[in-house]
Design a binder for this molecule. Sequence first.
Ligand code: COA
Length: 715
Amino acid sequence: MASHNNREERPDGLDAVFRPRSIAVVGASTRPQSIGGNLLSNLFRSGFTGKIFPINPHASVLHSVKCYASVRDVPDEIDCAIVSVPKEHVLAVVAECARKGVRGLVVITAGFKEVGPEGAALELRLNDLVRKKGMRMIGPNCMGVINAEPEYSMDATFSPTPASYGPLAFASQSGALGVAILNVAQSLKLGFTQFVSMGNKANVSSNDMLLYWENDPRTRIIALYLESFGNPRRFVEITRRVTKKKPVLVVKSGRTVAGARAASSHTGALAASEVAIDAVLEACGVSRSDTIEELFDLASALASQPLPKGDRVAILTNAGGPAIMATDAVIQQGLRLAELSGQTKRRLAAFLPPEASLGNPVDMIASASDANYGRAAKILLADRGVDAVLVINVTPVLYGPRSVWDALMAATAAAKKPVLSVFMANEEFYDEARSMPAHPPIYRFPEPAARVLAEMWKIGRWQKKPRGTFPRYRVDAGKIAPILARRKRRGGGYLDPDDAFSVLAAAGIPVARPVFVRRESQLPSGARKVGYPLVLKATGEKIVHKSDVGGVATGIRDETELLAAVERMKGELARHGAAADLEGFILQREARGRELVVGATNDPRIGPLVMFGLGGRYVEVFKDVKFVLPPVTREEVLEALAKLKAGTLLSGVRGEPAGDREFLVEAILRVCRLVTDFPEIAEMDVNPLFVSSRGRGGLAVDVRIRVAAPENAGG
Ligand code: COA
C-alpha cells in the first residue's frame, strides 16, 4: 500500500485488498482440506511478501506461524482480512476487523443474497457495516483474490491451481468458473496481474475493477466473466473509455440486458433480445466471446502479439486442404487475403521447390523444412502489403512439429506484425508445448485463429478511431414537454396519434400528419394543409377495412384529382352498401421511397436504446436492425447503418437511385436527442419512415409513442 514498494495508494481503497502489507485469514482452519485451510496454505505457497496472521480460536500455531484467537489479539496492523467463517459469525468478525483498523475484506463465506431474501437481508447489513466503516469488500460468496505481481505474490484464494504473473487482469462473477479459468491460463502459460472472484458484488463491482485496471501500466488486457450487469449504463460509460486504452474481453452468459420486459413496440420487443446486448457491448468496444475458450484464444494472442495495422493476411502452409479452410475462414471473418509483391514472390521462389505455390496462400508443399518455415515467414512479414501472417503446419514426414515451431519462433520473435500459428499435430506436440516456457498461442484449427485475427484487427481499429462529431440537433422542448406531462398525469400510456405526430414534428422530423375532415366541402382546404400528392381515406366506425369498400385513393396530385377521387369513392362505397357508414375523410401526404423504422426504448437500467433498420410490417421477421446507445456520433450511426441490408438498399440496388441517407441519419440522431431529453418516453416506433431518393428527404407516416407511468403508479 502507500509505503509499500513506493506505490501510490489509490483513492478507491482497493489497494487494501489487492496490495496489502499484511493479511489475516479469519477461519484459517486446522483441517488442511477445508476452505480455510487451503486459503492459508495458498498464501504461503504463493510466497506472499507481507505478513500472514492466521486467526482461529482453536489453534495456537498454523503452518508454523502463531495463530490468534481474534484479529484484536494481533499486535501488528492488518491491511486485509480474508473471512472464511460460518455465515452466522461473519458480521461479528467484520465488526472486529473494523475496530482493528482493517480496510480490505475478502468474504469467502456463502449463504447471502444467492440463497434468498433472508440471505439478502444479511448481505445488506454486512455491506452497510462495511460502508459505514470505510472498508472495501470483495464478495461475499467468492473464491478470493490473487495479485501475482512479484512485489505481492499473493494468492488469497482456495483454488488448487496457482497463477503466474503476466499482463492479464481477470474478474469472474462465478467462483467455480474461476478455477477453470486459472487452469486454462496455466496450460496456456498466460499470467495475471490480478485475478478476482467477484462473488455477490455487494461492495466491489466489475465496474470498480475496470476502473482499478484502467490506468494500471502492468495490466495490458482486461477480461471479465459476467452473468449480470449491475449498472449497465455505468459499464458502458467506463468501458467506452477503457477500451480505447487496452482491450476488454467479455464472456457474457446468454441472458439479456434489458430483461424480458413485456413490450408492445417493435423496438421494445427487439431490445429484449440478444441483439441489444451485442449493441451495448459493441457500442463500448469490448470483445465479446461466447465461451471461456474463445476468450483465451484471443487473450493469449493479445498477450504475445502486436495488433495488426490492417486486414491483409498472408497464409503460409505446407498443405493445400487446411489452406483452403484458412482462406475461407479469413474471408468469412471480414479480413482480406494479402496481394503479395513481386519481390516477395521472387524471394520465395529462390529457395522453394518449383511445385510450391507462390500466390497467397503460399503453399510450400509437404516437403517444407523447418528452415523453410522460418525463412518464408520472415519474407512475408517484410512485405508491405501484409498486415498479419497465418502459419499452418500439418505434421510433415521429415520434420517434427517441434522443430518447425522452434524455427518459426526464432524467425518471428521480434516481428512487429502478428503471426498466428495453426499446428495440426498429434497430442504429444501439444503436451510438449504445455511444458515449454511462455509462448505465443498454438491453434489446432484455422477457424479460431482467423477469428482471433479479425478480433485483433477490430480492437486496433477501435483504439485508433476517433469517436467523431456529436450532432447539435435541438428539439422543441416547449412543445413536447406539455404533451408528455399531460399523458403522464393521466397515468402514462400511448399518446393520441395527433399528439404523437406533434412530438415527432417538434423533434424536427418531417411528418405526414393525417388531417380529418367531416364534410366533403372541407376537403380542398384540408388538402391545402396536407399538401399534394396525397392519399384520401374514407373513415367511419363501421368502415373497418377501408380498401375492401373502395375507401382508399392514392396518388392524388391536385384539387381536380381530389374532387374526382371523392366522387369515385362515394360511388364505390354505395356499391358496397357502405355509403351510410361514411363519417368523414382522412387526408394524408403521400410518402414515397424506402420504408424504414426508427424506434427507441428506455430501459430503466441502460437508459435509452435507439433502433433503426428495415421498416414496414416485417420488422420483427427480418430483424434487419441495429441498436445504438445515445449519445452517439454521426459516424457511429453511419457505421451501424453500413452493416444493415437496409443500408445497402439505401445505396440503390440495380440502377435505382440512392436513398437520402443524410435524411435518415438526421432522423435517427433526432430521435436519440428526443429520448435522451425526455426519458419519460418509455418506447416509440416511427414505422414506416419513408426515405426518398438522395436530397429529397422523407416523411414519417406513422408513429407511436408510449409515456412511462408516473413513478409511484407502478408499471
Ligand atoms: N473467528 C475465527 N475463526 C473461527 C470463527 C471466528 N469467529 N468461527 C469459526 N472459526 C474457525 C473454526 O474454528 C474452524 O476452524 P477448524 O476447522 O480448525 O475447526 C474454521 O473457522 C471454519 O469453521 P467451520 O465451522 O469448520 O466452517 P467450515 O469450514 O465448515 O465452513 C465456510 C466455513 C466459510 C467455508 C462455509 O461457511 C462456507 O461459506 N462455504 C461455502 C464457501 C463458498 O462456496 N464460497 C463461494 C466460492 S465461489
